[in-house]
Design a protein around this ligand. Structure first.
Ligand SMILES: Nc1nc2c(c(=O)[nH]1)N[C@H]1C(S)=C(S)[C@@H](COP(=O)(O)O)O[C@H]1N2
Ligand SMILES: [Mo]
Length: 529
C-alpha cells in the first residue's frame, strides 16, 4: 500500500530538477536497469554452475542442453522441417541461442520484479531449476544424477539473488521515488565475472578433448575384405566422388555429442534372439572387417538438396552378427539404439539379404568422427538414414514392427523407407550467367541397391539428352554425370532425371520429404549470354 501510494504521488508531483542537471533522468530507469542486470547475473551464475556440474555428470544433463533436447523431441513436424529448411546445419545453434536469449529476457524481467518482490525471483529460479531437472531426467540416457546440475544451478542462482538484492525494500536507498531493494552493482559485476569463469571451466571440462584423444588412439585394423574403389569425373563445381569427412553432411537430434569412450564401449545384441551377445569395441575390431564405398542420404533431403555423402566405411558385417545371435521367427525388425537413446528400426530381412549392412567403425580410413557416431555406427545401403544409420550405436534389439515404433516413426514418418531415385545438377549454379557456347553441366545421381543406369538432361523442356556417367563400382554409391550443353543466349532452364538400374525412370512428380522422401526433377534456371 505504501509503495503504491508513493508511486502515485511521484507521478503527480515531479521531483524538482536541479538547475545544473544536464538532462532530466527518466525516473526509476537506473534502478530498473541495475535490477535487470542483477537478474541476468543470477541466471548467468545458475547456468554456469549447472554447466560445471554437468561436466562431472554428463554434458547432456546441463539444463539448456536438456531443455533443448526435450524441445527437439517435442516440436511438431512442420516446425522441424521449417527449421531444417531455414537454418540447415545451424539449426542446433539457432535453437540453443534462442533458449539462451529467452532465458536472458526472462532473467532481466525477473530481476526487475524481484527488486520489490524477492520471492518472485526465488520462485522463477525454482521453476526453471525444476524444469531443467525434469527435462534432464526424461532424457532416454539419464540417470537420477542428471537432475543435479539444474538443481545446483538454481541453488547457486538463489544465493546470488539474495546477495545482490540485499536489504529491505527501501526507496531511500535509491534516492529516487521508485521503491525497491538496493541492487549491489559491484556484486553484479563480480557475479558476471564468476559466471564467466565457472562457465568457461564447465565448457572445457565438459568438452570433447578426451573423446578426440581416444579417437586418435584408435588403431584400425586392415580390412579382411576390401571393396572396389570408384573414381570420379573431373569437372569444376562437381561434388567429389568421395566426400571428405569434414564435409560430410550431419543430421541427428543430438544437441550435445554423446560421449562413448572405446574402453567403456559395449554393443548389446538382445531381444528376440536365441543367443544374446555383448561385444566390446576390441571384440568388433578383432572380427573380420570389410570396407565398402556406400552413399548414405537423409529422408529430409529436398529436391536438389545436399543431405547425402559417399564414404568408404569399415566395419563388421551386420548379417554375420545377426546370424550368430539367431533372430527368432517373427522378429522382423532390427531396432538399433544410440548412447543417447535415439532409435531406428530396420527390416531384419534387409539386414540379412546379402547387402553390405555394416556395424561401422571407420570412415574414409579414419575412426568415425565424433559427429558421425564415434566409436560405432550402423550403415545399411539402400535405406534412408533415419531407419538404418544409427550413430553412437550401443544396442541392437530384435523386435517386430508390430511391437515397436522407432524415434521418427513415432513422429509419423514411414516405418520403412527405401531411398528414392535422386539426381542433382551441381554445376552451373542457379541464377548464374554463363557464356553462350559449350558449357559443362554436371552433378550426381543415386539409387542405392539398384544403381544408376542413365542420366538425362533437358533444356527448356526440350528433348532429353544422355549424360556421360562416371565408371561404376557397384549399386550402393552415387554416380557422377556430365553433359556438354551448347548454351544459346537467353534465360534457360536445365532439368535432370535419372534411371535406376532396375529401369525405373525418376518421377517428375514433386512431393515433400515427409513422410518417406522427396521426389521430383531438380531444375536450375540461369542466363546464357
Ligand atoms: N544416434 C543417432 N543416430 C542417427 C540420427 C540421430 O538423430 N541420432 N539421425 C539419423 C539420420 S536422420 C541420418 S540422415 C543419418 C545421418 O548421418 P550423418 O550425420 O553421419 O551424415 O544419421 C542417422 N543416425
Ligand atoms: Mo535423416
Amino acid at each position: 500500500m505504501f509503495h503504491a501510494r508513493s508511486r502515485k504521488k511521484s507521478k503527480k508531483i515531479p521531483a524538482p530538477t536541479h538547475p545544473r542537471a544536464p538532462r532530466p533522468r527518466i525516473k526509476g530507469m537506473r534502478p530498473t536497469i541495475a535490477a535487470a542486470s542483477a537478474g541476468i547475473a543470477c541466471a548467468a551464475v545458475a547456468v554456469a554452475t549447472a554447466q560445471l556440474a554437468a561436466a562431472a555428470v554428463a554434458p547432456g544433463s546441463a539444463p539448456i542442453a536438456a531443455i533443448g533436447a526435450a524441445v527437439v523431441d517435442a516440436v511438431p513436424e512442420p516446425v522441424k522441417e521449417f527449421a531444417i529448411r531455414t537454418f540447415g546445419a545451424n539449426d542446433k545453434l539457432v535453437l540453443l541461442a534462442g533458449i539462451g536469449a529467452a532465458l536472458a529476457v526472462l532473467a532481466a524481467a525477473t530481476g526487475v520484479v524481484a527488486r520489490r518482490r524477492l520471492w518472485v525471483g526465488y520462485a522463477v529460479l525454482a521453476l526453471l531449476g525444476g524444469a531443467g531437472a525434469a527435462a534432464a531426467l526424461t532424457r532416454p540416457a539419464a540417470s537420477p544424477w542428471w537432475a543435479l546440475p539444474s538443481l545446483a544451478g538454481a541453488a547457486c542462482g538463489a544465493v546470488v539473488l539474495a546477495l545482490l538484492l540485499r536489504g529491505r525494500p527501501d526507496r531511500e536507498a535509491e534516492g529516487r521515488a521508485v521503491p525497491g531493494r538496493a541492487v549491489d552493482r559491484r556484486g553484479v559485476l563480480i557475479a558476471l565475472a564468476g559466471a564467466g569463469i565457472a562457465g568457461a571451466a564447465g565448457w572445457r571440462l565438459g568438452g570433447t578433448g578426451d573423446l578426440e584423444a581416444a579417437r586418435s588412439a584408435v588403431d584400425l585394423p586392415e580390412p579382411a575384405s576390401v571393396g572396389p574403389a570408384g573414381t570420379g569425373l573431373d569437372v569444376d563445381g562437381l561434388t567429389p566422388y568421395l566426400t571428405p569427412n569434414a564435409d560430410f553432411y550431419r543430421v541427428d537430434t543430438a544437441l550435445v555429442l554423446p560421449r562413448v569412450l572405446p574402453e567403456d564401449y559395449r554393443l548389446r545384441v538382445f531381444g528376440r534372439v536365441a543367443n544374446p551377445m555383448e561385444l566390446t569395441f576390441q571384440d568388433l575390431l578383432d572380427r573380420d572387417l570389410v570396407e565398402r564405398e556406400i552413399t548414405i542420404s537423409c529422408v529430409s533431403n529436398e529436391v536438389g538438396g545436399t543431405l547425402a555423402g559417399n564414404a568408404r566405411w569399415l566395419g563388421v558385417s551386420l548379417a554375420e552378427l545377426l546370424a550368430e545371435a539367431g533372430p527368432e521367427p517373427g522378429a522382423d525388425q532390427v531396432v538399433s539404439r544410440s548412447a543417447d537413446g535415439w532409435t531406428a528400426g530396420t527390416p531384419t530381412a534387409v539386414c540379412t539379404d546379402g547387402r553390405d549392412a555394416l556395424i561401422a567403425v571407420g570412415m574414409n580410413g579414419e575412426p568415425l568422427p565424433l559427429e558421425h557416431g564415434f566409436p560405432v555406427r550402423m550403415i545399411v545401403p539402400g535405406l534412408y538414414g533415419y531407419v538404418s544409420a544409427t550413430k553412437w550405436l550401443t544396442e541392437i534389439e530384435l523386435s517386430s514392427f508390430a511391437d515397436f515404433d522407432a524415434y521418427w516413426v513415432r513422429r509419423d514418418w514411414a516405418a520403412e523407407a527405401p531411398i528414392k531415385t535422386f539426381s542433382r545438377i551441381d554445376t552451373p549454379k542457379p541464377l548464374k550467367t554463363v557464356p553462350a557456347g559449350p558449357t559443362a553441366v554436371a552433378g550426381v545421381a543415386w539409387a542405392q541397391q539398384r544403381g544408376i543406369a542413365r542420366v538425362e538432361v533437358r533444356v527448356d523442356e526440350g528433348p532429353w539428352n544422355d549424360a556421360d556417367l562416371a565408371p561404376v563400382i557397384g549399386n550402393d554409391t552415387w554416380r557422377q554425370w556430365q553433359w556438354t550443353w551448347e548454351a544459346e543466349p537467353g534465360r534457360r532452364k536445365l532439368e535432370v532425371r535419372a534411371t535406376a538400374g532396375d529401369g525405373e525412370v525418376q518421377t517428375g512428380e514433386r512431393v515433400t520429404p515427409f513422410p518417406d522422401g522427396a521426389t521430383g526433377w531438380h531444375s536450375v534456371v540461369l542466363n546464357a549470354e
